[in-house]
Design a protein around this ligand. Structure first.
Ligand code: GDP
Length: 361
């Protein structure tokens, strides 16, 4: 366990992630061991147990809730007959499916290639045994099958393009600062509904954005009209997951930077997920890692439409969810509660202005 997560919590999260990636979870095996085994990561007894369980439930994939070395992965595959992926590969797979911005896609592909390079088999092909499925999908459904030489070339190419985008983003940020339009960043666990909310709040911003010469903005930043007079630039961010491998934190640094720079965070939570408190915790840990833990934030409990009818529009249920946190309960999909959310955001910025005036001597 790490960061105060019990093994059970972590496996519950892993199951959710595996399902998000399209796997059906058939069973779990827990290993309590002070030190991972050099050759197999797991103890031999557990390896046998897994082989047997896999036969019983007809599984073909083993997901290990940790980062394992390429040789441990190969050894596990040989002895269990299963395809083996670790937590990092699973997370990369999910991010590959969900990366939306150009920068996000490049970052995910780069992280995947770097991850796969030491895992190349003797044939010099990545993951050639199996086509589709977890660990073999790149951004935009491209297949990750390449030989070593081409991978090196592609990595170099991606690094250059990411560096260029980074400069562009700095330019855009400077422009936005000049525009004095307040900024907010959407944070929240994968699948909470961040991009759905961004689309709902920014509906019709294309025209507005053009007027304001924001046509060159990264598509994940959109202009939101809070009312006729007040506007907000809202950015979507990826990369919120428990135990985000450090290699990935740096890969997503560029998008996470937007979070650190924002005036306000909107923390989107899937209120219909039984494990939402765990997910909030995971997001807070990433925020801490990038130094954004003390940013003012508004909690947005989303997917209210999926709650039992008796729990919808119910202030007791809302109070129980919020637990003293500042926030609202909404449905981004049905566009319920968006007015309340806009008011909340406006309240935050207007209050900010008052404080600012008082502070000036
Ligand atoms: P993100 O990973 O946080 O950006 O999440 P997405 O916006 O991609 O949403 C994840 C999934 O949840 C999608 O299938 C959405 O259609 C769905 N979703 C988002 N908001 C709502 C909502 O308010 N109600 C319901 N029922 N589904 C939603």
């Amino acid at each position: 366990s790490a960061g105060g997560w019990s093994i059970e919590d972590s496996l519950t999260e892993l199951k959710g992630l595996a399902e998000t990636a399209g796997a059906q979870v058939a069973g779990k095996v827990i290993q309590r061991k002070a030190k991972p085994d050099n050759a197999f990561f797991l103890g031999r007894g557990k390896v046998d147990e897994i082989g047997m369980l896999a036969q019983n439930v007809e599984a073909d994939l083993l997901i290990v809730d940790d980062e394992i070395s390429p040789s441990q992965q190969r050894n596990l595959e040989m002895s269990t007959g299963l395809r083996v992926v670790d937590r990092t590969a699973l997370i990369l797979d999910i991010f590959a499916q969900r990366a939306r911005s150009a920068a996000g896609k490049l970052q995910v592909e780069l992280a995947q290639l770097r991850y796969n390079l030491p895992r190349l088999g003797g044939q010099g092909l990545v993951l050639s045994r199996q086509g589709g499925g977890i660990g073999t999908r790149g951004p935009g459904e491209t297949k990750l099958e390449m030989d070593r030489r081409r991978i090196h070339g592609r990595i170099h190419d991606l690094e250059e393009r990411i560096a260029k985008l980074k400069n562009q983003r700095q330019l855009h940020r400077a422009q936005r600062k000049n525009s004095r339009i307040p900024t907010a960043a959407l944070v929240g666990y994968t699948n909470a509904g961040k991009s759905t909310l961004l689309n709902a709040l920014a509906a019709g911003d294309e025209v507005l954005a053009e007027d304001k010469l924001f046509a060159t903005l990264d598509p994940t930043t959109r202009l939101v009209e809070l009312d006729e007079k007040q506007e907000l630039l809202l950015t979507d961010t990826v990369g919120f997951i428990q135990k985000l491998p450090h290699t990935l934190v740096s890969a997503f640094q560029a998008t996470l930077e937007e979070t650190v720079e924002a005036d306000l965070l909107l923390h989107v939570v899937d209120a219909s997920d039984a494990n939402y408190e765990l997910q909030i915790k995971a997001v807070m840990e990433v925020l801490q890692e990038i130094g954004a833990q003390d940013k003012p934030s508004v909690f947005v409990f989303n997917k209210a439409d999926k709650l039992p009818e008796s729990e919808q529009d119910n202030e007791y249920v809302a109070a129980r969810m919020l637990q003293g946190r500042d926030g609202v309960v909404i449905s981004a999909k049905d566009e319920q509660g968006l007015k309340m959310l806009r008011e909340k955001i406006k309240g935050f910025f207007n209050q900010g202005q008052v404080t600012l005036t008082l502070c000036i001597p």
